[in-house]
Design a protein around this ligand. Sequence first.
Ligand SMILES: Cc1ncc(COP(=O)(O)O)c(C=O)c1O
Length: 428
Amino acid sequence: MNYTRSSALFAQAEKVIPGGVNSPVRAFKGVGGTPIFVKEAKGAYLYDEDGNRLIDYINSWGPMILGHAYQPVVDAVVEKAKKGTSFGMPTEIETQIAELAVSMVPNIDKIRFVNSGTEACMSAVRLARGFTKKDKIIKFAGCYHGHSDSFLIQAGSGASTFGTPNSPGVTQGTAKDTLLAAYNDIENVKQLVEANKNEIACIIIEPVAGNMGCVPPQNDFLNKLRTLCTAENILLIFDEVMTGFRLAKGGAQELFNINADIVCFGKVIGGGLPVGAFAARNDIMNELAPLGPVYQAGTLSGNPLAMAAGLAMLTELNNDAEVFNRLAEKTEYLHKGIAKVLNDNHIVHTINRVGSMISVHFDASPVVDFATAAKGNNDTFKKFFHGLLNEGVYIAPSAFETWFITDALSYEDLDFTINAVNKVAKTL
Ligand SMILES: Cc1ncc(COP(=O)(O)O)c(C=O)c1O
C-alpha cells in the first residue's frame, strides 16, 4: 500500500508536535516506519489519508466497541453540541449517565466523572490513601494505569522492595511509595504486604491485563488478592479502563464475580470522547470533595458532549442482552482461525484471549506476566504488523498491546483477517 501522504503529514507534524504525535505509541517506535494518518472511520474500517481501507483491531484503543461513527453516539453528540459545549455547572445528563453506570456495574453506589483513564486511576489512588490514611500502593509490572507519577515506576534494584522512577521527572520521593509485584504471583504480593505491614493503602490491578498484550488472571489470583486486601485493610482497585463495559455489562467484577473496593473506567464509558470515571460504595466515595476532605476536581469533568456520547454508548450496551456474547464469539472465531494458520505455517506463538480482548505473542511459553510477555520475538512481531498492514489489517503497533474486537466486525472481515494472517505467516 502507498503511504506517501501519511508520511508527508507526519513530517509536517514532527515540526510542531514532539515526535509528531500526541501519545507516544502512535509513533510506530515499536515496529518501525511512520504512522498512518486517519482521514475518517466507519464501522469496522479506518480510511487513511492515502485512500487505503484498513480493518481496525485497535478501535481507538478500546472505546469504539460498537464500531466507528456509531450512529446513536454521533446523533447524541451533534444534538448536544447545538445547545452549548461546556458550562462548568451541573447538568441533568451527568446524573442520567451516573444512574445508568451504577445500575450496570456491581458493588458501586456513586461514580465521579473525569476526563481520562489517567485521571481516574490517579484520583482513585488518592481516594484510597485518604480513606485508609496510608501512603504506599502496590501495582503490577506490565500493568498500565495512565501516566501519573505514582504509576511510572519500575522494579527497584537488588533487595529493595520499592520501585524507582522509569521516567525523568518522577521523583524518588514518589517512587518510594509504589511497590511493584509480578502479575499472577500471589506469594510475591504477600511478601510485599508483609514487608510493609499496615502501610499499604491499595493494590491497583488490571483485572485482565491489556498493556502487556492480553494477560488473563490465573489460578484464582483476583480472589486471592481480594482475600488478602480484606484481611490487611487494603483497598482493592480494579482498573477497568479497558475491561469496563467490555468484558460484561458490569466489567471484570461481573465476569469473575469479585467485588473491588474502587473501580476505574475510561475508554468505552466515553463512547469515543475524553471520559474517565471512578466509582465505589458510599462510605468511600463520600470522602471526596465537596462531601469529604479528599480533593478532586475538573473544569471539563462531566462535559455535556462527553456525557451525551457516553450515555448513548452505555444505553446501547445495556439494551443489547447479546452484545458481549457476540463479541466473545467473534473473538473466539478469530483466535481459532489465527491459531490454525500460524500452526499450519509452523510459527511459534501463544494467543491469549478473554472476551473481546486478544493478543498474539511470538513465543511458545505461556504468557502470564510481564517477564513472560517480554520474551516474545519482537522481530517477528514487527514483520507480522507490517505484513498485516500491507494486507489492509491494522493491529496495534506494539507487541505489548491487546487487540480490541468491535461488534462492527462481520464474519467476512474476520475471514479476511485470517486469510491475511495466512499470507503474512508465509513470510515470517
Ligand atoms: C488499563 C488502563 N488504565 C489507564 C489507562 C489510561 O487511560 P488514558 O489513556 O485515557 O489516560 C489506560 C490507557 O490505555 C489503560 O489501558
